[in-house]
Design a protein around this ligand. Structure first.
Ligand SMILES: Cc1cc2nc3c(=O)[nH]c(=O)nc-3n(C[C@H](O)[C@H](O)[C@H](O)COP(=O)(O)O)c2cc1C
Length: 191
């Protein structure tokens, strides 16, 4: 297989399309973030990489908390909108008609319409260059009841948005299941 080098760049697949929330000057604001993921299991932690000047980051700094909301595919327009327009110019919560609720942390706004909501307390803010890496300890997780199966989150019911870059910047959805994890690999030994 012939390989072509592209130089150092941030190319991984797939990426999430999170809606990161914070109170900024006392008002809920949400921004789209594709650069984020799981960082630690015990205690549970995640990261999001935000450009230093993001209005949302100002609120995260102010309160020491953030929310990470996982939108489903039906929120594709709202998710994109929150990635185009800044909360410094407009109340995106009102424009997107997001209903907000609060859980354990009283200044991490959560979006009712998103099937998964994580409340996080900031444990590190790392200046990496172009971005601040926010490391958040997950304090509570909320999942819409209809997205559970046997009490566990069901990805098909959650139907999360996925973001992909490269030749085309686009939102996608989760595809079909192709194998049982921690299991199908053993088929190699069986031949
Ligand atoms: C698909 C998508 C992914 C994005 N991912 C990030 C990201 O990971 N980090 C970041 O700083 N900005 C990201 N952005 C840009 C911000 O969401 C955008 O600048 C937004 O308007 C910031 O909102 P705020 O000013 O209200 O904080 C993304 C935008 C889109 C459309």
């Amino acid at each position: 297989m012939k390989k072509v080098t592209l130089g150092p760049q941030t190319l991984v697949y797939p990426m999430p399309a999170f809606l990161v929330g914070a109170l900024v000057d006392g008002k809920p604001n949400f921004m789209t973030a594709a650069w984020g993921g799981i960082a630690n299991s015990n205690p549970p932690m995640l990261t999001v990489a935000l450009q230093h000047h993001r209005y949302t980051l100002k609120g995260i700094r102010e309160n020491g908390v953030l929310s990470v909301n996982v939108p489903s595919v039906d929120l594709v327009r709202e998710t994109d909108y929150c990635g185009i327009v800044s909360g410094s110019k407009e109340n995106k919560q009102a424009t997107c008609k997001f209903e907000v609720f609060f859980g354990k942390l009283d200044s991490a706004p959560l979006i009712v319409q998103c099937p998964v909501n994580l409340e996080c307390r900031v444990v590190h803010l790392l200046d990496l260059g172009s971005h601040t890496l926010v490391v958040g300890r997950i304090e509570e997780v909320h999942v819409s009841e209809e997205c559970l199966a046997d009490g566990q989150p069901d990805v098909d019911k959650i139907n999360p948005l996925i973001y992909s870059s490269g030749v085309k910047k686009a939102y996608r959805k989760v595809g079909e299941e192709i194998g049982a994890a921690f299991s199908i690999g053993m088929e190699i030994r069986r031949g």
